[in-house]
Design a protein around this ligand. Sequence first.
Ligand code: ADP
Length: 301
Amino acid sequence: MKIAILSRNKRLYSTRRLVEACEQRGHEVRVIDTLRCYMNITSEKPELHYGGENLEGFDAVIPRIGASITFYGTAVLRQFEMMGVFPANESVAISRSRDKLRSLQLLSRDNVGMPKTGFANSPGDIQDLIKMVGGAPLVIKLLEGTQGIGVVLAETKKAAESVIEAFMGLNANILIQEFIKEAGGADIRCFVIGNRVVAAMQRQGAEGEFRSNLHRGGTASLIKITPQERATAIKAAKVMGLNVAGVDLLRSDRGPLVMEVNSSPGLEGIEQATEKDVAGMIIEFIEKNAKPHRTRTKGRG
Ligand code: ADP
């Protein structure tokens, strides 16, 4: 097969591993810098151009689209879809997953467990909002944040009020969430491909840190997940419409709670913690599922 990897940087671990896995399995592979693609969207025949060249003949595309370029990246991916190229994840599913609030609303509609979460716009409603999620301590999250930046633990009601007021004063979009204390500063990353969890790791925050992000000094280790955790992760990916997803769970007294579903999950942490060939499994999924014009939505969403 001829496979395209949409990625801004060839040297990133995940990109390198996907290239390696394609080559090992006998495919032709090419890394394409998402932001250097351009297109004539009014042309009768959908086309993608790249440094003067017409990109064609691809059977599948693996999007690795960073949060900061979601808008342009999904447009490029949509163009591939309109050309009939099979995407590992569809553009509509990626856009959906990038909107934290929309994702949580979709998950809740399908009864996927999640921390009690509230969202409001007016400072006048702060008191009631805090009450709604069960009072302090609570977690305040910037909707645009990633890698744990913009996630604040407010230990008291007073602290919660002032942080929420400050964020609202800056016109930042935030959500308020029940703090899952029993998670103990750890979360579980389930790597889903198709309808299987192919690898799982636990991430533990540094001493005194409630955020377990590896970028914040957290450490990863291999973990055995329960059947309920497995089922929750698979369902969360399915609700979002993602074939390849990193589902982050918190272990709570009332079972697994989904925090986030990531559409471009990194491979480095999970491959190192589990010693599994996750990149190879992504390519295997593509081999089994890629057929010309097999995109469900063709970019319609
Ligand atoms: P980001 O998308 O920026 O990584 P997350 O929502 O995943 O933000 O939060 C970062 C980390 O903070 C999580 O990995 C988890 O360890 C911790 N955390 C987030 N929400 C909660 C919560 N409601 N209760 C307990 N810990 C939480």
